[in-house]
Design a protein around this ligand. Structure first.
Ligand code: HPA
Length: 249
């Protein structure tokens, strides 16, 4: 592994990376329990990467049951410095149309009861990490630059509202999220981003808009899982292209 090796955390629609030549799978045990699965080591477009399926390789772990601490700790201890997190989201504001890619620059956390910090036991002092800019701007800009270069349909900013799930939101909850300033809504953005910061990992999110959030979009009807699946599949084609190009040498 080189210093520039990137880890990819795959979400809904990205439980494996087509084109990844797998070299080995590493089972990790952490002080926080088991990660979602073994870390997959491999080569993508000629570059070394690591891959971890956030919901497990069979997509069986719901957002509120993911062991985010174990996942991030495992990646850090596998020697990673940079993490690209791929996640499906709902679009709230007008720009956030499915199946666009979004590189959010802010987060609001609405989750609860998740293991959300590594700084709670055996402390020599209380630690408060800075989280003013929750994503690694260097990696975010690298993703944006590459997306622009290959002509993808994307939005280069946005506030990610992280909800508890696993149910989707009510229309009123989405109205509240929008009043709060959220542009997209997803269930896995937190505590993942905060834990990455605690571990001093450079972490950025590539979100795929899977659907209009509840009460948004034409017709403002119920969210159809067929629509979600279709948009995720379409969006992930672009994510794969992006990842094959972004991985730095
Ligand atoms: N809400 C929350 N999480 C999501 C959504 C949504 O509408 N779509 C995909 N993940």
């Amino acid at each position: 592994m080189t210093d520039t090796t990137i880890a990819i955390i795959g979400g809904t629609g990205l439980t494996s990376l087509k084109g990844l030549e797998i070299t080995r799978r590493e089972v990790m045990h952490t002080p926080y329990g088991e990660p979602s699965g073994p870390i997959t080591h491999g080569v993508l477009a000629g570059r070394e990467v690591m891959f971890l399926a956030r919901h497990g390789y069979g997509h069986t772990i719901p957002p509120h049951r993911i062991n985010y601490r174990a996942n991030l700790w495992a990646l850090k201890n596998a020697g990673i410095h940079r993490v690209v997190a791929v996640a499906a989201v709902g679009g709230i504001t007008a720009e956030m149309a499915p199946p666009r890619l979004v590189f959010p620059d802010q987060i609001i956390d609405y989750t609860w009861s998740r293991g959300h910090t590594l700084f709670e036991a055996d402390l020599s002092h209380v630690t408060h990490v800075d989280f003013t800019h929750p994503y690694c701007e260097e990696l975010r800009h690298a993703l944006i630059q590459e997306a622009r270069q290959i002509g993808l349909d994307f939005v280069d900013r946005g506030t990610y509202g992280a909800t508890q799930g696993p149910r989707l939101e009510t229309a009123a909850e989405v109205n509240r999220l929008e009043r709060d300033g959220c542009d997209i809504v997803g269930m896995t953005g937190m505590p993942e981003a905060a834990l990455a910061r605690e571990l001093e990992l450079c972490y950025a999110t590539c979100a795929v808009v899977a659907n209009w959030a509840a009460g948004r979009g034409e017709g403002q009807g119920e969210i159809s899982m067929e629509e979600v699946d279709r948009n995720v599949a379409e969006g992930m084609v672009n994510v794969r292209t992006l990842l094959e190009n972004i991985i730095p040498t």
